[in-house]
Ligand binder design. Structure first.
Ligand code: IMP
Length: 422
């Protein structure tokens, strides 16, 4: 069995919780793209785990966490997460495996990310400033450094000195403090020592798992609207979020994936800049932000709030071949009298699909809304779909019929057990 869980919006859909739930039966849980710009919150036994690089499914006893080659790694962040789990008594030997092909996020990438953002001024993109864009840029321009080189330290040192020397010149142009090369080299030696037990060629391990029909769960970070090719470039992130990213980011074939889960938050949120057609900012938005704790897991920024944009989500489901829906945070809409859903866009009087829009059009489109009556009953303890308030059922059924994808999970609270299985 192979499953893929992806975010169908702008990230922060609650993927971590769905992954953690599905991982209960998984032998492997695999990250294949992005870096520590992602933030997945999993709550188990009342304890909160805000993961950025660690595959969320690793919290399950028998599940092995895999960081595939498509992930870019900030060693300092990964080591913090490793230490957090070790402090809780988890032995990560053979439980966490990391591909040596992963590229490293270097201190100069983080400094460059920040410097570019500051220089863009009013045109800033709202990146997480974790060095994501500059690291992927170095990867494709052959200036990147892989984890592999960290374990061939002579080469690592030579490359690091060369790259840091160039980047320091650029940082000086931005009037930003240069990287302290000698100090960083000492740190990287220590990172190498700590990470060594986990770095191994992940491809043969995963291939064998496929051959033995093991249960593999691919854990998407971010949402499709942030995909570097299919999102709203340049208001996007540096990696491919769609199903095809699994092949490049882990080596595994996508034609063997049985279930492709679109995680759809019952409304829209966005951190970072760029147009969001259904965005609104009034008392209701404020209530949703506070009740839904809509503040970035990675940066703590307040998230922008919008109504559910089914025009965009429909595109996300098509491009990923989604065949199951997990609808999250439905409980947050409880008490809202009128709930709107965007079912299409109009530009200058004519209908236009999401895929026909660049950021210029998307900033101008008028959402076409359908309005639903809300519900007031507390739904957090409800275990069956047909026990949900009628209006809530109508809302969820509409989402499913519009997207032509069946709802299989309705999440009604942050805890692991708050799921209605349909
Ligand atoms: P970067 O990935 O840090 O370069 O940021 C690029 C854009 O993607 C910004 O708008 C970020 O706010 C957004 N972004 C990146 N990762 C996430 C995520 O996990 N959740 C929500 N937004 C994200």
């Amino acid at each position: 069995m192979m499953q893929f869980v992806f975010g169908s919006q702008w990230g922060d859909e609650g993927k971590g919780k769905i992954v953690d739930f599905l991982a209960a039966k998984a032998d492997y849980t695999v990250r294949f793209h992005g870096g520590n710009n992602a933030g997945h919150t999993v709550i188990v036994g009342g304890k909160k785990y805000p993961f950025h690089l660690m595959p969320s499914g690793i919290l399950n006893k028998k599940t092995v966490g895999v960081i595939g080659n498509g992930v870019i790694i900030d060693p300092e962040v990964l080591i913090t997460e490793i230490k957090q789990l070790q402090a809780e008594g988890m032995d990560l030997t053979n439980k966490l495996i990391i591909s040596p092909r992963c590229h490293l996020i270097m201190p100069y990438h983080k400094a460059l990310d920040e410097a570019y953002e500051n220089a863009r001024g009013k045109n800033k993109l709202g990146t997480t400033k974790r060095g994501i864009g500059p690291t992927f840029a170095d990867k494709v321009s052959y200036n990147g450094i892989r984890l592999y080189e960290l374990f061939n330290f002579k080469y690592f040192e030579e490359k690091f000195r060369f790259q840091a020397g160039i980047k320091n010149k650029i940082l000086t142009l931005f009037k930003v403090a240069p990287i302290e090369i000698e100090r960083e080299l000492i740190k990287f030696k220590e990172y190498r020592r700590i990470l060594a037990p986990y770095v191994i060629d992940t491809f043969p391990i995963l291939s064998e798992a496929v051959a033995k029909k093991k249960h593999i769960l691919f854990e998407g970070a971010h949402g499709v609207m942030l995909d570097v090719d299919w999102g709203l470039y340049p208001y996007c992130t540096g990696s491919n979020i769609i199903t095809g990213g699994i092949n490049t980011g882990s080596g595994l074939p996508i034609n063997k994936i049985d279930k492709i889960w679109a995680v759809v938050k019952a409304y829209t949120t966005r951190v970072g800049e760029g147009p969001v057609p259904t965005e609104f900012d009034d008392e209701v938005a404020h209530t949703i932000r506070e009740q839904g704790h809509e503040y970035g897991t990675t940066t703590g920024r307040p998230r922008r709030i919008g109504w559910l944009d089914l025009e965009a989500v429909k595109f996300a489901c098509q491009i990923t071949s989604a065949n199951c829906l997990a609808i999250t945070k439905t409980d947050i809409l409880t008490g809202i009298k009128k709930i709107k859903v965007c079912i299409g866009y109009r530009l200058e009087g004519k209908k236009i699909p999401y895929s026909g829009c660049g950021y210029v059009e998307l900033a101008k489109v008028e959402p076409i809304y359908k309005t639903f009556n809300g519900w007031t009953e507390d739904i957090r303890m409800i275990a069956k779909f047909n026990k949900l308030p009628k209006n809530c059922q109508i809302y969820l059924r509409f989402i499913s019929s519009f997207l032509k994808v069946p709802v299989k999970i309705v999440s009604t609270g942050p805890e692991r057990e708050r799921n209605i299985i349909v």
